[in-house]
Each structure stands twice: as structure tokens, then as C-alpha cells.
Design a protein around this ligand. Structure first.
Ligand code: GDP
Length: 199
């Protein structure tokens, strides 16, 4: 892995796009339903124990949380979606923030989408893919917690998702199995990040 990822540190949070860092350099956004394993994936990919915990501190869960790798490169932890308990108006607020970020952010080079390998492609996951497809944004799906399935069913889940992704236009989307717990799939995920971040 590129040692630069170990430098990744919390930069700032934004409740609206105007509060985001200057739109230059390169960014990769991380999205997923809550509990999909997004924080664990970010921590593992940056070889740090509690980097993404910053995003879970009260008051920050509905914000865009920016992490700086170096002055030209950032990871962005998007608000986790799928909480049952928040009100419709709060949901609409994040959808507004998310869609604005995805549509307007020039430095955004790709989306990592975390889905539990046992339950991929829930409504919200498909919505994120539809959004990405509509703006021509590349997306890479991490099927998380791969250690929870035996090899056969894990491979079957990857194939199933790959088939759905291939129905979208072109080669924008890719998918792999991933386990933060077993550190499985790190090289493959880093290769995609290196590419999008021009590392
Ligand atoms: P987030 O809400 O998407 O940020 O998810 P977290 O990273 O906090 O993970 C949610 C739960 O899944 C936690 O209990 C994690 O310990 C667990 N988890 C995350 N990644 C893995 C993994 O690779 N394997 C297993 N077995 N559990 C995981």
C-alpha cells in the first residue's frame, strides 16, 4: 500500500457544500447504509484504528466529513443512510446535500460504496448507483464483512452484484469482496484508490 494513506487525517466537516474545502485536487467519496462497515473500511484502507470514528461523533453523522491524505487528495465520508429513526425532513436535507455534493463537486473522481456482502443492493444502494450513473461518476462497490460468508456464497454475491452493475452503461462500476476484520481485498481496493487519486 502507498504509505501516504497512513497520513490521512480529519480535516473538516460541512453541513452545506459552501463549507467544503476548496474544490481542487482529487477526492474519493465513501457511502453506505449505516452499519455497512464504511468506517471499518476507511480505517483499514488508511491503516489506522479510529480515523473514521470522527465521523460518528454526535453532530457529525449527517455532515460531509473530509479527510486529507495530502494537500491535493482527500477522502470524504458521506452521511450514512438508512437510519429508520430520523424524520422525513432530515432525510430530505441529507438527500439534498448528497445530491449536490455528487453533482457539483468537480474534484470528485469516484465513489466507494460499501454494502454488506450478505445483503447487497438495498434501495438506497441502487439510488446511489443510479445517481453515479446519471452523472458518469465511477463507482467501486466493496462487499463488506466477507468473512461472514463461506467462499462459495461470497463469490456468488460478488457475481450477482457484478451482473447488476454490468447492466449500467460502460465500465463505470466495479465490485469486490472485502473484509476489514481479515484485511481481505486491500490490494484490490488500494489499486482503485491509487488510480482515482493519481498516486
Ligand atoms: P458503518 O456504520 O458503516 O460505519 O459501519 P462500521 O464500520 O461501524 O461497522 C458496523 C459493524 O460491523 C460493527 O460492529 C463492525 O465491527 C462490523 N464490521 C465492520 N467490518 C467488518 C468485517 O470486515 N467483518 C466483520 N465480521 N464485521 C465487521
Amino acid at each position: 500500500m502507498n504509505p501516504l494513506y497512513r497520513n490521512t487525517h480529519y480535516l473538516t466537516s460541512a453541513a452545506r457544500l459552501s463549507q467544503a474545502p476548496t474544490d481542487d485536487g482529487r477526492e474519493i467519496a465513501f457511502a453506505g447504509r449505516s452499519n455497512a462497515g464504511k468506517s471499518s473500511a476507511i480505517n483499514t484502507l488508511c491503516d489506522q484504528k479510529s480515523l473514521a470514528r470522527t465521523s460518528k461523533t454526535p453532530g457529525r453523522t449527517q455532515l460531509l466529513n473530509f479527510f486529507e491524505i495530502d494537500p491535493e487528495r482527500r477522502l470524504v465520508d458521506l452521511p450514512g443512510y438508512g437510519f429508520a429513526k430520523v424524520s422525513v425532513s432530515i432525510k430530505q436535507q441529507w438527500q439534498g446535500l448528497l445530491s449536490q455534493y455528487l453533482e457539483k463537486r468537480q474534484c470528485l473522481h469516484g465513489l466507494f460504496l460499501m454494502m454488506d456482502i450478505r445483503h447487497p443492493l438495498k434501495d438506497y444502494d441502487v439510488q446511489m448507483l443510479d445517481w453515479a450513473a446519471s452523472i458518469g461518476l465511477p463507482a467501486h462497490v466493496l462487499l463488506t464483512k466477507a468473512d461472514k460468508l463461506k467462499k462459495g456464497p461470497a463469490a456468488a454475491s460478488v457475481l450477482k452484484v457484478r451482473k447488476v452493475l454490468s447492466a449500467y452503461d460502460g465500465d463505470l462500476f466495479s465490485v469486490q469482496a472485502f473484509s476489514a476484520l481479515k484485511r481481505q481485498g486491500l490490494d484490490e481496493a488500494h489499486a482503485v484508490m491509487d488510480d482515482w487519486l493519481a498516486l
